[in-house]
Write a protein that binds this ligand. Structure first.
Ligand code: SF4
Ligand code: SF4
Length: 258
C-alpha cells in the first residue's frame, strides 16, 4: 500500500489541458481504502483548518493527532498526521461514513488522486500535477473527464495551495542559505506557523504591531474566525521571514524582531 500523499517523481504528469476520468462515492467498493497507512505531512494551513474544525487549543491538536518531525535540510516543523495503532492503521479521522473532517480535510486529501508539486520559479510558483494511481483505488475511468484545474476547483483547494506555496517559498529561501534553522528559530516557526492561538498571544506580549507595518491588517489578524486565522497565518509567514532574514518586504517598519 502506498504510504504517502506526496507525489513521487516517477508518477505520470498531467499538463494543464490534460484530463482524467474519476469518480469516488460512498458506494465505490474501495470506499475508505485510501484513508489508512499514510505518511501525511500537515502544512500550517492544514493545521489551521483542523484546529478550527475541532475548536481546539493548538497544543492539544498537535499532541493528539501528529508526530512532530523536522525537515532535515531547513529545520522547519514537519507534523505528520499520526495513523491509529491496530489493524490497517486507519487515519484518526476516517469513519464508516467517510472522512469526519471532510470540510476541513488536509490539502493532500483534497488533491487526491492527484498530487501537486510546487517549486519557486523565475516568475512565481511552478506547479506540476501528477496522477497517483494506486492499485486499490477503483475510481479511475469512471465519471466526467476533468482537467487538474477543474478538479482542484471542485475540491476547494485554492486557499490551501496559496498558503502552502508561501510556506514552500519560505523553506526554499531558507534552504538556499545552506544551513537549517537554529533551535530558537525552529521553535519560533512552530509557534508562529502551527499554533496561531499562541502566535496571537505573542503578538500582544511582544507588542509586535508596534514594530512592523501592519496597521491595516491588525483587526483581521486578531479576529477569532476562519478568515482571522488565515490573516494571522499570512502575517506569521511574514513575521517568520523577518525573524530569519532580518527583512521582509511587507513588514518594513523595523528589522529588529528580538
Ligand atoms: S480508494 Fe479511490 S475511489 Fe476508493 S474511496 Fe479512495 S479515492 Fe475514492
Ligand atoms: S483526513 Fe479524511 S480524507 Fe484525509 S486520510 Fe483522513 S479520513 Fe481520509
Amino acid at each position: 500500500m502506498d504510504t504517502s500523499r506526496e507525489p513521487p517523481d516517477n508518477l505520470p504528469e498531467l499538463k494543464p489541458g490534460d484530463a482524467f476520468c474519476f469518480n469516488c462515492t460512498p458506494h465505490t467498493p474501495c470506499f475508505n481504502r485510501c484513508c489508512a497507512e499514510l505518511a501525511l505531512p500537515l502544512t500550517p494551513y492544514d493545521c489551521l483548518r483542523l484546529r478550527r474544525h475541532f475548536n481546539a487549543v493548538s497544543d492539544d491538536l498537535l499532541r493528539r493527532f501528529t508526530t512532530m518531525r523536522r525537515y532535515p535540510d531547513t529545520g522547519f516543523p514537519l507534523p505528520m498526521l499520526r495513523m491509529l495503532d491496530g489493524p490497517g492503521e486507519p487515519c484518526p479521522f476516517v469513519t464508516p461514513a467517510g472522512c469526519s473532517v471532510y470540510k476541513d480535510r488536509p490539502g493532500a486529501c483534497r488533491c487526491y488522486p492527484l498530487g501537486r508539486g510546487a517549486a519557486m520559479g523565475k516568475t512565481g510558483v511552478d506547479e506540476r500535477v501528477f496522477v497517483v494511481r494506486e492499485d486499490h483505488c477503483l475510481g479511475f475511468d469512471h465519471g466526467d473527464a476533468r482537467t487538474p484545474m477543474r478538479w482542484f476547483a471542485e475540491q476547494e483547494v485554492t486557499a490551501y495551495n496559496a498558503s502552502n506555496d508561501r510556506y514552500m517559498r519560505l523553506m526554499t529561501l531558507t534552504r538556499a542559505t545552506g544551513k537549517p534553522l537554529d533551535p530558537r528559530l525552529a521553535s519560533m516557526s512552530l509557534l508562529c506557523l502551527f499554533q496561531l492561538d499562541k502566535f496571537r498571544e505573542l503578538i500582544t506580549r511582544m507588542g509586535i504591531f508596534d514594530r512592523v507595518e501592519a496597521d491595516d491588517r491588525q483587526d483581521a489578524i486578531m479576529e477569532d474566525s476562519l478568515a482571522g486565522d488565515e490573516a494571522a497565518l499570512d502575517f506569521a509567514l511574514d513575521w517568520v521571514e523577518l525573524a530569519i532574514f532580518g527583512v521582509c518586504p511587507t513588514l518594513c517598519r523595523t528589522q529588529n524582531h528580538d
